[in-house]
Design a protein around this ligand. Structure first.
Ligand code: PLP
Length: 420
């Protein structure tokens, strides 16, 4: 059977995110002996799991709660009880929001699909507009989400090499502004922290992007899946506040709840209305479990201490451990690590790599080590030359012993390749 529709071609004919999730499924569900530094699964944090188990027991023991959890569809905007708690929580951060500025989705991935196709793509009598990613590399999960072809435009980063085998990407504002001046951009979108590089755009960078968005009267989408206000996996940058003409997309996944598939969008009320309508057409309603668990965390005022006293320090220690492993075992090699300011990945740049990062990924996979080939994260219209085939993304969520074994194996493979 053939599937000639454009929809099938856009969504079902191979994409980085499908390969990534297939690798993840293989390593975490089927073949756990793989050394897994691949997908974006959060780490297993026993204290967090214990807290969730306690919440589940409480829910299960309450007849009315069980009925609300299993026997009722949510309204189009999402659970009213959670939205009301969220609205109070955001107001506590001095965000100028009400309940009408918030809606829920089945994971933030599906919120992005709805958002991109709501804002950009073909119009009745015009080619339509595009989404601009101000700084590559960016989250590969966006890449195949446009129903129209070539929905994404992107700007190459400025690269700053730093002492101690480190480097940073910076946003090239001139390139962003000249791309905006063409007049066919519907929205800007950045992840903060950035998946894959672990970059966290500074407050000044966000203000500058915000000013550009306002000047061109388009929204700025901020993907805070790893960031503030939760789960807060940010090591050295200030939080930013929501304001009108911004679209913040949050998620429960990186808190440790990828299984409940809950995303949260904070935006202007007219956009929330549209999004709620689209979500209802696509999904009828969201699941109830994520909202029920999160509502109870918010009500009990447990969220902030959970993020600042447990989750953030947990990942910071893992980051330090993984950086030390790389600096020790890759010492003789021409590598650079991106400054790891947030999320739970190290972004490794292997200068003058004698093969492509995809070929390296394949060789490592044959040796039972799963990493992410960095080339997937360079998409949109920009071509960056050799750099985009010289990077790997390494998750540091696995157990310490797995990280150590993985880095030793990676170093061994690289020493053979570079012949050092
Ligand atoms: N945004 C970023 C930057 C991500 O890394 C991910 C998942 O890895 C998502 C969004 C989607 O997450 P979810 O659909 O689980 O909320």
């Amino acid at each position: 059977m053939s599937y000639p529709s454009l929809f099938a071609q856009r969504l079902a004919s191979g994409s980085g995110i499908v390969d990534l999730m297939a690798d993840l499924g293989e390593a975490l569900n089927v073949n756990p002996s793989m050394l897994f530094l691949g997908g974006g699964n959060p780490a297993r944090i026993p204290e967090f799991e214990a807290l969730m188990a306690q919440e589940l027991k409480q829910l299960a023991g309450d007849e009315e709660a069980v009925h609300r959890l299993l026997g009722v569809y949510q309204s189009p905007q999402g659970s009213e009880a959670l939205i009301s708690e969220l609205s109070a929580f955001f107001q506590g951060l001095a965000w100028p929001v009400t309940e009408q500025n918030i809606c829920l989705s089945s994971g933030s991935q599906s919120a992005f699909f709805m958002l991109f196709n709501l804002l950009a793509g073909p119009e009745a009598h015009a080619e339509g507009k595009k989404i601009l990613l101000p700084m590559l590399p960016e989250y590969l999960g966006y890449a195949q989400q446009g129903l129209a072809e070539h929905m994404f435009e992107a700007c190459a980063p400025l690269i700053e090499e730093q002492p101690g085998q480190r480097f940073s990407y910076h946003c090239d504002f001139e390139a962003v502004e000249s791309r905006l001046a063409v007049g066919d951009i519907a929205a800007l979108c950045v992840s903060r922290p950035t998946n894959p590089s672990g970059n966290v755009h500074s407050v000044q960078t966000m203000e500058c992007l915000g000013r550009l968005a306002d000047k061109y009267q388009i929204p700025l989408i901020v993907d805070a899946a790893y960031g503030d206000p939760f789960p807060g996996v940010v090591y050295d940058a200030e939080p930013i506040a929501w304001k009108p003409n911004r679209i913040f997309v949050l998620s429960l996944s990186k808190l440790g709840l990828p299984g409940v598939r809950t995303g949260i969008v904070v935006a202007d009320t007219s956009l929330i209305e549209k999004l709620s309508a689209i979500n209802t057409v696509l999904s009828l309603a969201n699941g109830n479990l994520g909202p029920a668990l999160f509502e109870s965390l918010l009500k009990a005022k447990k969220l902030k201490p959970l993020c600042s006293d447990l989750i953030q320090p947990f990942y910071e220690r893992k980051r330090n451990y993984m950086q030390a492993l790389i600096d020790t075992h890759l010492q003789s090699l021409p590598y650079r690590l991106h400054q790891a300011q947030g999320a739970f990945f190290l972004w490794l740049w292997l200068k003058d790599l004698p093969l492509t990062s995809f070929e390296l990924y394949e060789r490592l996979k044959k040796r039972s080590l799963l990493v992410m080939d960095g080339s997937h994260f360079f998409f949109g219209s920009q071509v960056l030359g050799s750099h985009q085939h010289e990077c790997l993304r390494l998750s540091y969520c696995a157990e310490d012993a797995v990280l150590e074994q993985a880095v030793i194996l990676l170093a061994d493979e690289l020493k053979q390749l570079y012949a050092v």
